[in-house]
Design a protein around this ligand. Sequence first.
Ligand code: GCU
Ligand code: CA
Length: 130
Amino acid sequence: APQRYEAENAACTAGSTVDSNHTGYSGTGFVNTPNASGAYVEWTVPSDRARDARISFRYANGTTAGRPMDLAVNGSVVAANRAFDGTGAWTTWTDVTLTVPLKAGTNTVRATATTANGAPNLDRLDVESP
Ligand code: GCU
Ligand code: CA
C-alpha cells in the first residue's frame, strides 16, 4: 500500500483553504488554492533511504481549462508544466503519477501552478516504491 499524505496536512500558499464541499476526497477534505500563478502545495515526505518512488497527486479540476503545475522534489523541478486536465466535475478525482528520486531523510514535494487559474483542488499525495 502507498504511503498517503493528505493535502490538508501539507504546507500551502497563503489564502488556501481546506474545503469539503465536493465529495470523493480522502481524509477530512482537500486543498483549494487561490486562483493565481505560483499557488502551491508542498508535502513533506520522509524516506529511510535514497530511492526512486512513484508519486501520485490526486486532484479534481471541474473546469474545461487545464491547470498545469510545475512539480518539484527538494527544490528541483522534475516535471515542468505537467498537465492537470479537466476531470469533468469537481467531484471527479484522478491521479497524475510520475517517478521521482527521493533522498534519505526528509524530502519536499511541491506542486506549483503555472497559470493564473491556479492549482486544481488537491486531495493527497501517494508515495510508493516501484
Ligand atoms: C469553484 C470550486 C472550488 C475550486 C474553484 C476554482 O469555486 O467550488 O472548489 O477551487 O472553483 O476554480 O479553483
Ligand atoms: Ca481554487
